[in-house]
Write a protein that binds this ligand. Sequence first.
Ligand code: CP
Length: 308
Amino acid sequence: MKLSTKHLLGIKDLTKEDIQLILSTAEQFKEVLQRPVKKVPSLRDITIVNLFYENSTRTRMSFELAERRLSADVLNFTASSSSAAKGETLLDTVNNILSMKVDMVVMRHSASGAPHFLAKHIPAAIVNAGDGINEHPTQALLDAFSMREKLGKLEGLKVAIIGDIMHSRVALSNMYLLRKMGAEILVVGPPTLIPKYISEALGVRVTYNLQEALKWCDVANVLRIQLERQNQPLFSSLREYNLAYGIKRKMLENLGKDIVIMHPGPINRGVELDSDVADGPYSIILNQVENGVAVRMAALYLLAGRES
Ligand code: CP
């Protein structure tokens, strides 16, 4: 089976079958990653550039590891130490890189739509590694993989997405994906951090009450407060945010049921999550990071035109 798309720009553009194909291919790569030799020759004829115009720890390292595990040749580009800092345009930069015979571009950019712009102007396959407040498709895929691995299904799963919904590309990609796969979604946070028409636009329920959400859900996907994307204060203080929406261990123990806690990272400890939740028995945060490599291997393998 093959993907219906040449690029991975967002979950919005994927079919349910594309998502199922990436997740099932990722299962095969997860098995590869358990072996003593965690490498396959699948992409040894492919060169990939990781083009990061915005900071990253997990996504960047995970893509690079995925590429190397697939035996691709890898180039790394960091905007701050490149000629972009001297004013070179995105298109000039990418065309120069492509003239060195690069086949695929993995890109993170602070501008929403930057990878879509590139996809219109260059022949290489583009993978969106996070664009502004728009989408972070491989994060949603690894989140879905991790939920399915932990709870056995996506269809009918009750997922609460908690926090800064307004500025979160992880939230948007998760909402698109979980809706396509038949999960139920409740978004939770202060009214100033939840877009007004989200229910109508995306078919999700909204609550401003954290306790209600925790009682209802099987999975709580907790988001980082993204102060760097907020132009003006949208809540009174981080301390008050923590009092109203921070997840504490006692809260989870008092639920009297199983619940899975997820977070895409980086965590603001003591703001959206207390440390004994992030590092405790309800959390699968490091499993998410582990699964990211297999999921990105699957996405790159399929985008290179390989069949599963
Ligand atoms: N989850 C995520 O995108 O983390 P980084 O910003 O560290 O890549």
